[in-house]
Design a protein around this ligand. Structure first.
Ligand SMILES: N[C@@H](CCC(=O)N[C@@H](CS)C(=O)NCC(=O)O)C(=O)O
Length: 225
């Protein structure tokens, strides 16, 4: 690897997927240039860098773009070996990938849907998200972080709930997280947010609420047309 490292991150401030990459870069102490993207009127640079999905985050390392937050996290971990996110042991590594995929398929997708649907459909998505959290509670029990004593791959992937979950609950007027049923996860969120590199430069809760409320309003208006 050449000594000159030029790292850029194409992002959008309200995006939990982008936040994952900021966290990993912070933990590894990688300096980078952050380029905020307009996702309504997407710029040609974003489209050139991520022509397939046209989404953020995109990491650009020495002029080579990489898309999809989980792929970027793995790339960062393979390129900057300090503060490893994935375990060394191949079996443990497979397990971390398994749980990260579980988070994406069984939690992230339903919780995203909660914002876009209502009525019975919303209840179904809330139930899916709750069930996923209870499964994750079982996986976490007895450990400080999913990665053990320090933050790892699964912690970074799920970490957005420590900020975004309450915001989504407020905007969608639903209750997803139950600290009685998920005490380990409740403690995990607190511990996660205590970490210096995690709590730096987080989006303001009120700004997120405002952003998602505007999004919902636009959706409602579009549905009436
Ligand atoms: N699976 C992707 C999801 C990324 C994603 O959905 N990004 C959103 C922002 S939160 C986006 O760029 N949306 C623009 C669009 O859908 O056109 C990842 O993990 O990076």
């Amino acid at each position: 690897m050449s000594n000159v490292q030029e790292v850029k991150l194409l992002g959008a401030w309200p995006s939990p997927f982008v936040q994952r990459i900021k966290w990993a870069l912070n933990l590894k102490g990688v300096e980078y240039e952050y380029l905020e993207q307009d996702l309504i009127n997407k710029g040609t640079f974003l489209v050139q860098c991520n022509p397939v999905h046209k989404k953020v985050p995109v990491l650009i390392h020495n002029d080579r773009p990489i898309a999809e937050s989980l792929i970027i996290l793995e790339y960062l971990d393979e390129t900057w070996k300090n503060c490893p996110l994935l375990p060394q042991d191949p079996y443990q590594r497979a397990m971390a990938r398994f749980w990260a995929k579980f988070v994406e398929d069984k939690f992230t997708e339903p919780i995203r849907q909660v914002l876009f649907v209502d009525g019975e459909n919303q209840e179904k998505e809330v139930k899916k998200a709750k069930d996923a959290l209870e499964t994750l509670e079982g996986e976490l029990k007895g450990k400080k972080f999913f990665g053990g004593e320090s933050v790892g791959f699964v912690d970074i992937v799920l970490g957005f709930i420590s900020i975004w979950l309450e915001v989504i609950e407020e905007v969608a007027c639903v209750k997803v997280f139950d600290s009685q049923k998920c005490p380990s996860l409740a403690k995990w969120m607190e511990d996660f947010l205590e970490i210096k590199e995690i709590k730096e430069n987080l989006p303001e809760r009120e700004n997120l609420v405002y952003f998602y409320k505007i999004g919902q309003f636009k959706l409602a208006m579009a549905a009436k047309k």
